[in-house]
Design a protein around this ligand. Structure first.
Ligand code: MG
Length: 188
C-alpha cells in the first residue's frame, strides 16, 4: 500500500485510545494527569471532584490537535532515546537543553485549549513540577531516558483540564444564578 493511501484520519474514540496507549507506554496514566488537575484546581474552586478531573483529561485526549501533539512528542522522545535523530538536534533534545524551549511551546499550546488561564496553570506546573511531571523530569535525567517533550505535553494536558474544570463549574454556577438546571456538565 502506498504510504499516501494509509489511513490518517481517526475517530475521536480511536484517537483517545491511541493517546491512552502511547502515554501508558511512556509511563503516564490518565489518573496521574488528573491528580495534577485536581491538586491545582481544588485550590481555587470549591466542590471539584476527581471524576470531573478525569473526565476533562479524557475529553482533551480525544481532540485531534492533542492527538497530534501527544503522538509527535512521544515519538520525538523515543527517537532521541535511541539516538535515531541526526545532527545537533539529537544531542540538544536528549540533553533536555534548558534554552531549547520548543517543548514548552507545545505544552503551552495545549494548555490554552479552554482559555488563556490555562497558560498560567501550565506555568505553575512547569515551574513547580507537580506529581507525574516531577517523576518524568527526574527520570528524564537518567541514562537512556528522554522526557524532553513528554513532560510538557503532560503538563499542558493537566493545565487545560484544570481550566476545563473551572469552565464547567462556572457554567453550573451561572445556571444556578438564573435558576436553570443544566442537563449535563459534559457538553463542553
Ligand atoms: Mg521539557
Amino acid at each position: 500500500m502506498d504510504i499516501k493511501e494509509k489511513r490518517v484520519i481517526f475517530t475521536r474514540n480511536e484517537m483517545f485510545e491511541m493517546n491512552k496507549e502511547t502515554l501508558k507506554n511512556r509511563g503516564v496514566t490518565i489518573e496521574q494527569i488528573a491528580d495534577i488537575t485536581y491538586m491545582q484546581q481544588s485550590k481555587y474552586t470549591d466542590g471539584v471532584t476527581r471524576s470531573v478531573c478525569v473526565e476533562s483529561v479524557e475529553k482533551i485526549l480525544s481532540l485531534r490537535d492533542v492527538f497530534h501533539h501527544v503522538q509527535l512528542a512521544a515519538e520525538i522522545d523515543r527517537l532521541a532515546e535511541k539516538g535515531l535523530l541526526e545532527g545537533p538536534i539529537q544531542d540538544i533534545i536528549y540533553a533536555d537543553l534548558g534554552l531549547f524551549g520548543i517543548d514548552e511551546v507545545m505544552g503551552l499550546d495545549v494548555s490554552g485549549l479552554y482559555g488563556i488561564i490555562g497558560q498560567t496553570n501550565f506555568g505553575d506546573i512547569d515551574v513547580n513540577k507537580h506529581g507525574i511531571v516531577k517523576t518524568l523530569n527526574d527520570d528524564g535525567k537518567k541514562e537512556g531516558v528522554c522526557h524532553t517533550f513528554l513532560d510538557d505535553i503532560v503538563g499542558g494536558i493537566a493545565a487545560a483540564a484544570s481550566t476545563r474544570v473551572a469552565q464547567v463549574m462556572s457554567e453550573e454556577t451561572a445556571h444556578e444564578d438564573i435558576g436553570i438546571k443544566r442537563l449535563s456538565i459534559f457538553d463542553f
